[in-house]
Write a protein that binds this ligand. Structure first.
Ligand code: GLU
Length: 508
């Protein structure tokens, strides 16, 4: 299907509603819009859809803006970046909506509906009991506007509905979708849908069409949950005179649609809290890197047609193709994200990794910063990080993996036992390790040297009898890097101190 790349350039948008924190689904939609726009040298626009005054909150708006910025999905136009189509918040665009709602009312394409909520609920209940599709073909649809105005002036409350064309009845609406090809709908199932609470308060389906038109959007790339809204939006656009008709009589909007597959959890149901984190800031807090999440999300529903999985931002922009976005639901595979995050962690220079892990070490109470100075040197921190960099999957794991480098380990003396060793044997092993360090190892500068000396000294036999109690004395953990690597970082004095503590644990 032709991609509809306009000579004036591609203009994509993400239009989040600030009724919750930045959701992974919205971030993925933003990313696909961004990649598509950038691939064709176009613009990526951010529009805040805060028409739902009761549920919209500035706190959520801030969270969304910060989340996108953290991910590096930067808008060319938006509430912060500004742009030629400002304002980019729906709450500031009332004048436009009012103008177009009025136009539809004046032209008889919209009308005031005076049915109460109760009446509408009753109607819906009846339709449900008869297993009919739910829709409201309103008895006020042909009431002259002047009469409706009088009713309103007398204090009767009303909302504004779009007058669905009934001629021809149950007309088929077809639209082209860049991912799903042709999508069909029947107008008979839509009813006279609502478009505004009043002239100043448009509802989503109306506001979105006005904005996409006024912001000269060329491609509407969004979640498949919006497919049912699309015929309504097409009819509104047509009524406002912004569409054309093709040779088959289909309404052709000035933009192309692409509806993205739903994001699913590993059990193939829609991704939800049940599966784990669903908002971008939760991933940030758990120690995922923005580059990793960016790369990972690009592969949720899109595949490059090769086995390649690690992409730079530039590569993704080049290689992204809307044609290769799948129709079927896309699994959010957290294990793959963990793997990918680890890959990105391994690519970080140690100085940057130190910066990145610092907040996590502070949060776990391992790193104290007083007067801008920490209790450890940057060099020490880098050595600790170098040890764990090959294994780390998330920055947040750093505390639990390296705590023994920052404070005395807490453990049960039983952990010092290798196989069926008793306390006496453990004590002897700790003493032997102490002797080797004191007498044989000049400095603990090189893990290779330390290892060589220890292995020579232990000689034949079960090495675990010395090395296990030694390693546990240093770390207090069942699993950790080798004692040689650890001693190299801790140094002679600190290693001996830890052996003493272990001895005291047994002797009481
Ligand atoms: N405000 C809508 C949402 O957050 C945007 C839908 C659209 O992209 O048209 O889902």
């Amino acid at each position: 299907m032709p991609l509809f790349i306009k000579p004036g350039g591609v203009r994509c948008r993400i239009a989040p509603s600030p009724t919750g924190n930045l959701h992974i689904g919205t971030a993925r939609a933003a990313l696909f819009n961004y990649l598509f726009a950038k691939k064709y040298g176009g613009k990526f626009i951010l529009r805040i859809e805060d028409t739902d005054i009761e549920r919209s909150d500035k706190v959520f708006e801030k969270n969304i803006l910060e989340g996108l910025q953290w991910l590096g999905i930067n808008a060319d136009e938006g509430p912060e970046a500004g742009g030629p189509h400002a304002p980019y918040r729906q709450s500031e665009r009332t004048a436009s909506y009012k103008k177009y709602i009025k136009k539809l009312l004046d032209e008889g394409r919209a009308f005031y509906c005076f049915h109460s909520e109760q009446e509408l609920k009753f109607e819906a209940k009846e339709q449900m009991s008869m297993k009919l599709p739910l829709f409201h073909l309103c008895s006020f649809r042909d009431m002259p506007q002047s009469e409706a105005e009088t009713k309103k002036a007398a204090g009767q409350s009303a909302i504004i509905r779009f007058k669905i064309p009934t001629e021809p009845s149950n007309h088929q609406i077809t639209f082209q979708d860049l991912i799903r090809n042709q999508v069909h709908f029947f107008t008979g199932l839509l009813g006279d849908f609502s478009i505004a609470k009043n002239l100043e308060t448009p509802l989503y389906n109306f506001a979105v069409v006005v904005d996409d038109h006024e912001m000269a959007i060329t491609h509407v790339i969004r979640g498949e949950d919006h497919i049912p809204n699309t015929p309504k939006q097409l009819l509104i656009a047509e009524a406002l005179g912004w569409t054309t008709t093709n040779e088959f009589g289909d309404i052709v909007p000035p933009w192309r649609y692409a509806h993205l597959p739903l994001i699913l959890g590993p059990d193939c149901s829609k991704l939800s809290k049940r599966h784990g984190a669903t908002s971008v800031d939760e991933y940030r807090e758990q120690g995922y890197l923005p580059e990793a999440l960016f790369n990972f999300m690009a592969l949720v529903g899109w595949n490059p047609g090769t086995d390649k999985e690690i992409f730079t931002k530039e590569e993704l922009i080049q290689e992204f193709s809307i044609e290769n976005v799948q129709k079927a639901g896309a699994i959010f595979d957290i294990q793959k994200l963990d793997w990918m995050n680890g890959e990105y962690i391994r690519r970080k220079p140690l100085s940057e990794l130190a910066e990145l892990t610092m907040p996590f070490l502070k949060e776990s109470g391992l790193l104290q910063i007083t007067n801008h100075k920490s209790q450890i040197t940057n060099d020490y921190l880098k050595k600790v990080l170098a040890l764990e960099q090959p294994r780390l999957k998330k920055l947040s794991e750093i505390g639990e993996r390296t705590d023994y480098f920052f404070r005395a380990p807490a453990y049960n003396k039983g952990l010092l036992r290798w196989k069926d060793m008793n306390d006496e044997k453990v004590l002897a092993a700790l003493k032997r390790a102490e002797e080797i360090i004191k007498l044989k190892v000049k400095s603990l500068k090189s893990k290779i040297e330390i290892e060589k000396i220890f292995l020579e000294e232990i000689g034949e036999g079960d090495k675990g009898e010395i090395l296990w109690p030694l390693r546990v004395a240093l770390t207090g953990k069942k699993a950790s890097p080798s004692p040689f690597e650890i001693m190299e970082i801790l140094g002679k004095e600190e290693s001996l101190k830890k052996l003493k503590t272990a001895t005291r644990k047994i002797t009481g």
